[in-house]
Design a protein around this ligand. Structure first.
Ligand SMILES: NC(=O)c1ccc[n+]([C@@H]2O[C@H](COP(=O)([O-])OP(=O)(O)OC[C@H]3O[C@@H](n4cnc5c(N)ncnc54)[C@H](OP(=O)(O)O)[C@@H]3O)[C@@H](O)[C@H]2O)c1
Length: 265
């Protein structure tokens, strides 16, 4: 396999998830890390024994992964577009940042992705869309595929994918937090309740399979007149479906708003 130079700008949550995931791969990759915060550079040095630089040099080939917040991305393009050669594959996980907006600054192959943090363990879900036809420098086949499940989508689907998958871990953490709080309110200590739910969440992946829907799995847990049914009925009576739908709708809308804000900057 050819050698890949991979430059990651922004070493926060997602940048470090990429770093962890890529470091686990036994591939011919050279990593270059950047973050404008000296505190973050120090953390990376201590935790990963790697140097991180404050700004990118002139980059002529390889892959540039942009792991900055949406509010920082336009000034990054303004300040660095001259340093990014046209052969560089620009890979953007930035929520709301459309390929067309990046093209206003860079004439490069552009790969838009919306991974979740599970790329850290090479078990992420990585939806993508791009402005090129073939798998440029085989990055999807050779690298992205190894960080999780990769699937191409029309770019118009990105706002909803961002809501349900990019932000996805947070929905499950919030649900878990509420169950932990309930366990505490009902008599367990906070530590006991948290330990029980962390065990539960850890065990859940082994119960998932491709043949059964979530509804099938629910039916396996609940029995007529039982405890699960009592709780599910309460969720139903309190419009759990509506609460969740509205949250997904709000997150989707916010992604669309961010796209508009970025394309007008
Ligand atoms: N976290 C997720 O689960 C997730 C999932 C999918 C997509 N994303 C996308 O990934 C991006 C990063 O999210 P995050 O949660 O990792 O954010 P984060 O934890 O805030 O990390 C961003 C890092 O980038 C640094 N930075 C900002 N501007 C920079 C610049 N010009 N040059 C170098 N470093 C710079 C920030 O430093 P300062 O703090 O000093 O600004 C910060 O350390 C966002 O656009 C988000 O939409 C995140």
């Amino acid at each position: 396999m050819e050698k890949y130079d991979i430059h990651i700008v922004g070493m926060g949550n997602l940048g470090t998830a990429f770093l962890s995931g890529l470091e686990r791969l036994d591939l011919n990759i050279e990593l270059f890390l950047y973050d404008d915060s000296s505190d973050v550079r120090e953390i990376i040095k201590n935790n990963y024994l790697k140097d991180t630089y404050d700004s990118i040099p002139s980059i002529e080939d390889g892959v540039l992964i942009l792991c900055m917040k949406p509010q920082n991305i336009i000034s990054f393009f303004d300040n660095n577009k001259e340093n990014i050669g046209n052969n560089v594959l620009v890979c953007s996980p930035v929520a709301g940042l459309e390929i067309g907006t990046i093209e206003q600054y860079l004439k490069n192959p552009i790969l838009r992705i919306m991974p979740n943090l599970l790329i850290r363990n090479n078990s992420g879900f990585i939806p993508f869309s791009s402005n090129y036809e073939e798998d440029y420098i085989s990055f999807i086949k050779n690298i992205l595929n190894k960080l999780g499940t990769v699937k191409e989508f029309d770019e118009s689907m990105f706002p909803i994918i961002t809501a349900i998958s990019g932000s996805g871990p947070a929905w499950f953490y919030e649900l878990s937090k509420q169950i932990v709080n309930s366990g505490f309110e009902l008599g367990l200590s906070e530590e006991e309740s948290e330990m029980i739910i962390k065990n539960l969440v850890n065990a859940l992946p082994s119960l998932l399979n491709d043949d059964e829907t979530f509804n099938d799995l629910i039916n396996k847990v609940k029995s007529p007149g039982g405890t699960t049914e009592a709780g599910l009925n309460s969720l139903d009576n309190n419009s759990f479906d509506k609460v969740i739908f509205e949250a997904m709708q709000k997150a989707t809308q916010r992604s669309i708003e961010i796209s508009k804000e970025l394309s007008n900057e």
